[in-house]
Ligand binder design. Structure first.
Ligand SMILES: NC(=O)c1ccc[n+]([C@@H]2O[C@H](COP(=O)([O-])OP(=O)(O)OC[C@H]3O[C@@H](n4cnc5c(N)ncnc54)[C@H](OP(=O)(O)O)[C@@H]3O)[C@@H](O)[C@H]2O)c1
Length: 474
């Protein structure tokens, strides 16, 4: 792996604390950071290199639900050797003059862990100081979601990015694409030829995509109230989940071919503003930093179709929300029941087969089937054929998505990053739906969301699946 400098704009950000610093520690532990690689942390806070090391130490020892293992002092010390701090505002030219002196590598990754309003200062100043110029090395930029907050602003940001970087330098990060289960969908579908012939309108009744949380917005009110659930997770994570589950087989396993097929799905989605339900949990306007009369969606449920031959007329139902009954993220492919199904009249004999990609919490790929209950009668029970990460007999290490995506960025592999067209296709689908938001339906905390979301499916003779915890138990 090439040695390089990683420059993090916003080393004191929440993102750096909960994701980047733990990921870098884990990479250090696994020997994934090349020798001589340096990390420059930037923020306005006054800190020395020593202070930065203390800060990193405290971050690694914080209660962090994503990063729960022991911190080894020797690994921490190795990581510290790489750290340098540069204090100052990204708006200030002098910061970049100092940065030029700090950078002892021609290979560089600039990571934007700061506010989108500040990006243009960063780009302009990198350019003025020729820091984004590839001479004798590579320059890459990692940028977080959201890319814009609607189609025009996403296009404007993509155009701005292209003034300073080429598309192959821009790594737009949606951390769901770094999740093992999501990546495994491609392997499951395209390395096992037995399932692929069933993934179409002849066999599938409908698809459900669910991302529920049993907790509220916590201290994120200032951010969340401006965005809402549809834009926060629907526009990105959930549309990517759908793309992975329904895209055609790529011509090869390369960035270009995989991205091309994901894009075709995203561009074929039909926004149906009459088929979206918005919800808000009881008491939401009393949360910290939320407007008193806020109409922000803490829940949404929608119906859509993919406008292609393969999935013509197959309804796709997507829902996400907060303060609900359960925390779970999954894709369920519900298969059709044939007419006059043998044993269909028995108890639960008409339950359909369901292919479940469970993204969290009990990650796995599971096929719901009917089996005979052992005994003297023919009685049926639903069971699960399962591949579970938690009971992996080989005890493979599962990298955190940020770790995985940083490794890809260092290698220059953009397969699991979004390109400009994908992000714009996502917004083109979301914008007409977002414009349909008026007053959300209020729902009880700990429920499955507003009853109107149930009616969306009931009209079609269907119901939301209750996500099972009976497989891949932890
Ligand atoms: N937080 C998450 O879980 C999360 C998840 C997904 C995506 N993101 C994205 O990640 C990015 C960062 O979000 P965040 O929530 O982590 O932000 P945050 O906690 O508010 O941190 C902002 C960072 O920017 C620095 N900063 C602000 N103004 C600056 C200036 N003028 N010059 C230099 N540094 C400045 C701050 O440091 P000082 O104030 O010390 O200068 C701080 O380090 C955003 O694009 C966000 O959308 C965040």
């Amino acid at each position: 792996m090439d040695s390089f400098a990683l420059v993090i704009f916003g080393i004191t950000s929440n993102l750096s604390q909960i994701k980047l610093i733990p990921a870098l520690y884990d990479m250090e532990e696994k020997g994934l950071l090349p020798s001589g690689m340096t990390i420059v942390g930037i923020s306005r806070r006054e800190m020395s290199d020593r202070n930065l090391k203390d800060y990193v130490h405290s971050v690694l020892h914080l209660e962090n639900i994503h990063h729960k293992h022991e911190i080894k002092e020797a690994t921490f010390k190795k990581l510290c050797m790489r750290l340098k701090y540069l204090g100052g505002s990204v708006e200030d030219q002098q910061l970049y003059e100092k940065l030029s002196k700090f950078l002892d590598h021609n290979n560089r990754i600039f990571y934007l862990a700061t506010y989108p309003d500040l990006y243009h200062y960063v780009f302009e100043n990198l350019q003025k100081n020729k820091l984004n110029k590839q001479s004798g090395g590579w320059i890459r930029l990692m940028i977080e979601k959201p890319i814009g907050n609607d189609l025009p602003s996403a296009k404007a940001l993509n155009n701005l990015l292209l003034k300073y970087f080429t598309e192959d330098q821009i790594f737009r990060l949606d951390h769901y694409l770094g999740k093992e289960t999501l990546q495994n969908i491609l392997t499951f579908r395209f390395a096992n030829d037995i399932f692929e012939p069933l993934i179409n309108r002849d066999s599938i009744d409908h698809i459900q995509i669910t991302a529920l949380e049993d907790f509220g917005i916590g201290k994120r009110g200032g951010y969340f109230d401006q965005v809402g659930t549809l834009k926060d997770v629907g526009q990105n994570h959930q549309l990517q989940m759908l793309a992975f589950a329904t895209m055609n087989v790529p011509s090869e396993f390369s960035n270009e071919a995989v991205t091309k097929e994901r894009l075709k799905i995203l561009q074929s989605l039909m926004p149906l503003p009459d088929s979206i339900i918005y919800g808000q949990y009881e008491g939401y306007p009393r949360e910290e930093n939320v407007a008193e009369n806020s109409n922000t969606d803490t829940f949404y449920a929608l119906k859509t179709y993919i406008n292609n031959e393969r999935f013509k007329d197959v309804p796709i139902y997507i829902r996400a929300g907060k303060n609900l009954k359960q925390t779970v993220t999954e894709i369920s492919i519900v298969f059709k029941n044939p007419p006059n199904k043998l044993l269909g009249s028995l108890d639960c004999g008409d339950e359909p087969n369901v292919l479940i990609y469970r993204i969290q919490p009990n990650e796995g790929i599971v096929l719901k089937i009917l089996t005979k209950i052992p005994g003297y009668e023919t009685k049926l029970q639903p069971e699960y054929m399962q591949y579970c990460y938690r009971i992996d007999p080989h005890r493979h290490y599962i990298p955190d998505p940020y770790e995985r995506l940083l490794v890809d960025a260092i290698r220059g592999d953009q397969t699991f990053f979004n390109d400009a067209e994908e992000v714009e296709a996502q917004w083109a689908f979301i914008d007409p739906l977002a414009q349909a938001l008026k007053k959300p339906h209020i729902y009880k905390n700990g429920s499955w969301g507003p009853k109107e979301a149930d009616e969306l499916l009931k009209k079609d003779g269907r119901a939301w699946l209750e996500p099972s915890m009976e497989f891949c138990r932890m």
